[in-house]
Write a protein that binds this ligand. Structure first.
Ligand code: SAH
Length: 361
């Protein structure tokens, strides 16, 4: 099931139907206001005042801000949004010196059940509609001002390729209507092979990130349960076809879990998977979540692991952790249900202090 249709779920024809008796150019003007200029109808000062207030009524925002938290000296912002049916999702905006990135959710919860991920621990709610995904980006564009939002990563709550049509609808809107380049959009997946195949055939080549975390089936079956359906050999093949078809860069995400996937042998297996794909590896020291007791790998071992990968011919970066103290980092998005107490606090990964969460390279 999709969401309740909001302003960004309307087709151009449906929008035009809200403007009876108006000159033909109006609907183009409103469409531009919503997408290119990221305006609320009340802010569309090029419209007659009566029409503005009429549209403000007819197009209520599909996302209500329940909470807005910030960290990293204001460079990371996390919103908890309530959707029209009361379901909740989180969105994270990250400002860097050279770019501003938003991380959007694609589902309420997630059905993939990766044990180390807070979203996976909470189970699945429903798919987001295209408009609910787009509106997260529009909120980020507005909040980023005066800076320009440069990148969108589909790495929030949910599995994008398990909500394929609505996610692709959002990709098209971001590209065609908002004007973001496909090379600045990144979709992250646990490795849903039919979705990767479909994506490879799309005319808009986006970047693809695969959440690998283990490069042998025995371990990956446990860490990322969908691996039982889509094992590594088939995943590698789908990734190779994606790169060949799109010419896009592939990245591999690897959450470093102490004593689980951070040994020399793990590095060798990861390198063997990655090298033929020419992929780049992002190492993410595991962030703490309520339902998973194992810690993240200590910083020294993370650096050794990266060195080992480099020696094996694989480029790897250690992802700078953002927003740990507001539970906004990778794998920490959980969107507390109505009435729930504050999300519980957990011991941070060694070397990552709350309140000063920038990890060093
Ligand atoms: N379902 C998609 C989109 C979510 S992206 C996917 O899995 O790719 C979120 C990323 O954070 C994924 O790479 C996920 O594996 C990673 N992640 C999940 N839990 C984490 C944790 N506790 N610490 C660090 N990374 C985590």
């Amino acid at each position: 099931m999709g969401g309740v249709p909001g302003p960004y779920d309307l087709s151009p024809t449906e929008l035009a139907a809200l403007l009876p008796g108006e000159p033909a150019f109006r609907s183009r003007q409103v469409w531009d206001g919503l997408y290119r200029r990221a305006l609320r109808p009340a802010e569309m000062t090029d419209l007659p005042a009566a029409l503005r207030s009429q549209l403000e009524e007819a197009l209520p925002s599909g996302l209500e801000v329940l909470e807005c938290q910030s960290a990293d000296d204001g460079d990371t912002t996390k919103w908890l949004f309530s959707l029209a049916d009361g379901a909740r999702v989180e969105t994270v905006l990250m400002a860097y010196p050279d770019r501003v990135t938003v991380c959007v959710s694609t589902q309420v919860g997630c059905a993939m059940a990766c044990g180390f991920c807070a979203t996976g621990q909470g189970g699945f709610g429903r798919n987001l509609s295209t408009g609910e995904i787009v509106e997260q980006v529009v909120s980020a564009i507005r909040a980023a001002r005066p800076r320009r939002l440069s990148r969108v990563v589909f790495m929030g709550m949910g599995e994008p390729l398990a909500n394929y049509d609505r996610v692709l609808g959002a990709v098209r809107r971001l590209h065609t209507d908002i004007g973001l380049s496909a090379r600045h959009l990144t979709l992250s997946t646990v490795g849903i092979i039919p979705g990767i195949r479909r994506l490879a055939a799309e005319p808009l080549p986006v970047n693809l990130a695969v959440s690998l975390h283990a490069a042998n089936d025995e371990l990956r079956d446990r860490l990322v349960p969908i691996n039982r359906r889509y094992p590594l050999d088939a995943l590698s093949d789908a990734c190779a076809r994606y790169v060949a078809a799109t010419g896009r860069r592939l990245s591999i995400e690897w959450a470093m879990i102490d004593g689980v996937n951070d040994s020399g042998r793990d590095a060798e297996e990861l390198a063997a998977f990655t090298r033929p794909l020419g992929a780049h590896v992002n190492l993410i020291p595991l962030n703490p979540t309520p339902g998973y007791a194992v810690r993240g790998t200590a910083p020294g071992q993370v650096r050794r692991f990266r060195q080992q990968l480099r020696a094996l011919g694989v480029n790897a970066t250690i992802r700078v952790t953002r927003g740990v103290e507001i539970d906004a980092a990778c794998g920490q998005l959980a969107a507390p249900a109505p009435g729930a107490a504050d999300s519980p606090r957990f011991e941070p990964t060694p070397g990552v202090r709350r309140g000063a969460v920038r990890t060093r390279r």
